[in-house]
Design a protein around this ligand. Structure first.
Ligand code: 3SL
Length: 241
């Protein structure tokens, strides 16, 4: 297995696809996607365009449909939900399809949707994703961080590093054998530095600070937890996990 980390969807190569692509948006899209599927949602359908989401979700039975929209951290008017994983309770989401559009996370998923295997990872389901990779053993893996509007994000990189660390812990691979690029080694170092204070790292992160200004402290606390969910969100058809 060779694992490559890309800091933003824009930095991801466009001339090839890996065997397995993993989109990461710890704050908060992939944390929300893992949570909603774990809570019993039928599927999650991702959109980069809000108008398209509204239009296509019209064809779905209203009682089985939840629309989630986030821009700049805030809920989009007319949606049932914003992008808080804490709103995704079983009472609310069981058997529903979540139609979701967020600023960066859904773009990262769409960027890699041509790969034969596409996963969504966050800190909360990190070990489940590691186990899945060890079971399926893809030759090439890309971890694509969502970043923020084309810029690097600390929390996505630390999650990429946590996945690298988990793979190293459960295999005989060395960092040099596993890492496909320098970003993978840097992500590992970042995770190893912060692994005992991931919430502290979120407080340093610019998007963490943005969410704190929006009173989302509980979201940060939840998204900073590791390995609390067994779910591995997997793409079933383009844009649907
Ligand atoms: O950028 C995104 O995709 C979102 O996850 C951002 S937020 O955490 O909902 O503000």
């Amino acid at each position: 297995m060779k694992l490559f980390v890309y800091h933003t969807p824009e930095l991801t190569p466009t001339d090839s696809v890996p065997d397995c692509a993993i989109a990461v948006d710890v704050l908060r899209a992939t944390s929300t996607i893992a949570t909603v599927l774990n809570a019993g949602a039928e599927a999650v359908q991702v959109f980069s365009d809000m108008d398209q989401l509204m239009q296509l979700s019209e064809d779905w039975p209203a009682e089985k449909r939840l629309r989630a929209g986030e821009r700049g951290g805030a809920k989009v008017e007319g949606c049932d939900l914003g992008n808080s994983p804490l709103d995704c309770t079983p009472e609310r989401v069981t058997d529903c399809r979540l139609f979701i559009s967020t600023t960066n996370g859904t773009r990262a998923l769409q960027r890699v949707q041509a790969a034969p295997s596409v996963l969504a990872a966050a800190l909360i389901n990190r070990q489940a994703v590691v186990n899945y990779l060890l079971e399926t053993n893809p030759e090439t893996v890309w971890i694509v961080s969502s970043g923020w509007e084309g810029s690097y994000s600390l929390e996505d990189t630390v999650c990429a590093g946590a996945i690298v660390d988990g793979l190293l812990a459960s295999s005989s691979l060395s960092p040099k054998e596993l890492a496909g690029n320098d970003e993978a080694i840097a992500a590992l170092a970042l995770y190893r530095h912060w692994q005992d204070d991931l919430l502290g790292l979120m407080h340093h992160a610019s998007h963490g600070q943005r969410l704190l200004r929006l009173n989302c402290h509980e979201d940060l606390k939840y998204c900073a937890k590791t390995d609390i969910l067994e779910v591995v969100p997997r793409q079933k058809e383009p844009g649907v996990l």
